[in-house]
Design a protein around this ligand. Structure first.
Ligand SMILES: [Zn+2]
Length: 356
């Protein structure tokens, strides 16, 4: 099992993008790293290009990686590259010059870890949507999240990655006092956790599935997503009123060192589901990456969470590999392979069913 994601920096020249594209050796390498559950930093040359050129090359690079993933690693052919607009700097809380975005999945209203129907035939693809109406910023299902750094900030921002499946495995052990009996029992655990959070949506009112919810917390306050989700964020008055347990959680956390209400709530959810405080969570699961100007960072948005520590001046141009739907035979097959990529010993585990 991969306790921390593997990160590989891959240089990509102009010739790779213009002539070779999905057949270029660095592109094939990037697709392989991603298919094995790693993170890639595409360092797109030449350095010193204008922003417009860098964005065009970033898009060409991600399109080539998408093609290689389809050709070599069974990514559903309906997956496509989606560009968002460039951010206008980093929003920060008053009296601060940086912000910490807690671990999350992009497009979390309908992009989060679920089991494949090949392992949990009982799962309805409609359960993969957490909110139809409120989302940031586009409705697509984000399979790989990526962004081109257009201003790294000073000091440069840090992006952190975590393996969702490792967290799920450890949360299962923390709850049951034993390892899962195999992939299908772990898949069942994740499906039940998702259903619990959906069943309580009228109480927590989240449009995103929080990590605490994903890992099976019975404390519904852990299903509340802080705005952002920034570590420094204050929660909304309505959230405190609906779930008074939040008041104490936002005031004091198990480690005693978290800096803001959002982070303290997260610390509670980590301690409850994993037996680890937020600093211990970081020590055990986090890999941190400092991205350079015009680097394109890409990670799996379902089997990984990411966090970011950024200066107010940092800007990024989001570019993701997305799909309009999270269903269909090709999707279920690809998703089942992602689960198996994480657990070496379980890699050969047969599907529970052969029909998606
Ligand atoms: Zn804490």
């Amino acid at each position: 099992m991969n306790r921390k994601p593997v990160v590989e920096v891959i240089g990509l020249g102009e010739r790779d993008l213009v002539e070779a594209r999905s057949q270029a050796a660095p592109v094939i390498r990037a697709a392989t790293v991603l298919a094995r559950g790693g993170v890639t930093i595409l360092r797109i040359g030449p350095r010193g290009a204008t922003k417009q050129t860098a964005i065009a090359r970033g898009e060409a690079a991600l399109t080539a990686v998408r093609d290689a993933l389809v050709e070599r690693h069974d990514l559903p052919a309906e997956a496509y590259v989606e560009l968002d607009s460039e951010s206008y700097g980093t929003p920060v809380a008053p009296f601060t010059d940086r912000r910490f975005l807690l671990p999350h999945q992009d497009g979390g209203h309908r992009s989060f870890l679920t089991p494949s129907r090949l392992d949990q035939p009982d799962l309805d693809p409609r359960e993969r949507v957490f909110s139809e109406t409120v989302y940031w910023k586009r409705p697509s299902h984000k399979i790989y999240q990526g962004f081109l750094i257009t201003n790294a900030g000073d000091p440069p921002g840090t992006t952190c990655y975590y393996n969702t499946l490792t967290l799920l495995w450890d949360a299962f052990i923390h709850r049951h006092g034993r390892a899962p009996d195999g992939l299908s029992e772990l898949a069942m655990f994740s499906m039940e956790n998702l259903r619990r959070s959906k069943a309580n949506q009228a109480t927590h009112c989240s449009r995103y599935l929080t990590l605490g919810a994903l890992l099976g917390s019975r404390e519904i306050a852990h299903h509340v997503m802080p705005s952002g989700p920034r570590a420094e964020s204050e929660l909304w008055p309505a959230q405190y009123i609906r779930l008074p347990a939040l008041c104490e959680m936002a005031d004091r956390c198990p480690c005693g060192s978290c800096r803001g209400p959002g982070e303290r709530l997260f610390c509670h959810a980590c301690a409850h589901t994993l037996g680890r405080t937020w600093p211990e969570f970081r020590r055990d699961y986090e890999i941190a990456v400092v991205g350079d100007h015009h680097d394109l960072l890409i990670g799996n948005n379902l089997t990984q969470l990411h966090a970011a520590d950024s200066q107010a001046s940092r800007t990024i141009h989001p570019m993701c590999i997305v799909s309009d739907r999270a269903e269909g035979e090709a999707y279920e097959r690809w998703l089942a392979a992602q689960w198996r990529a994480w657990y070496g010993p379980l890699r050969e585990e047969p599907f529970a069913t052969q029909t998606a």
